[in-house]
Design a protein around this ligand. Structure first.
Ligand code: 5GP
Ligand code: ZN
Length: 114
């Protein structure tokens, strides 16, 4: 997916503020943060969204949450709490069609979400 912005961030072709990286996953600060800590955790492999995950992605999908856990600790928000969000499809407002998990924290969150 040459024109996918998150694929390009994963390949470091587009600059971003990377807070974690390994062979399969990269986490970077959201360009338009909605909380004091707002980080996106993505697979380097192109997966358009939750609907496009297959059974072969089971480990990868789980790893996104474990990376979010690690980054939450790193950012100092693990104790007070944080929210993990995956927007999926139009009704949820998914704007970038490369799977990404939002890690939001550093402030009190409201429920239900808008
Ligand atoms: P979605 O609405 O698809 O769940 O969220 C997409 C997120 O990606 C938004 O929060 C938006 O601010 C962020 N975003 C879009 N383009 C870029 C970019 O080029 N760099 C970074 N760091 N974040 C981006
Ligand atoms: Zn992509």
């Amino acid at each position: 997916m040459e024109d996918c912005i998150f694929c390009r961030i994963g390949k470091r072709e587009i600059e971003s503020m990377v807070v974690y990286e390994d062979r399969e996953v990269i986490a970077f600060r959201d360009i338009n943060p909605q909380a004091p800590v707002h980080i996106l955790v993505i697979p380097k492999k192109h997966v358009a969204g939750v609907n496009d995950l297959g059974t072969e992605d089971q480990t990868l999908a789980g790893r996104l949450i474990l990376v979010a856990q690690k980054v939450a600790r790193q950012e100092g928000i693990a104790r007070n709490g944080y929210r993990l969000v995956i927007n999926s499809g139009e009704d949820a407002g998914q704007a970038v069609h490369h799977l990404h998990l939002h890690l939001l924290g550093g402030r009190k969150m409201k429920w239900p979400p808008g």
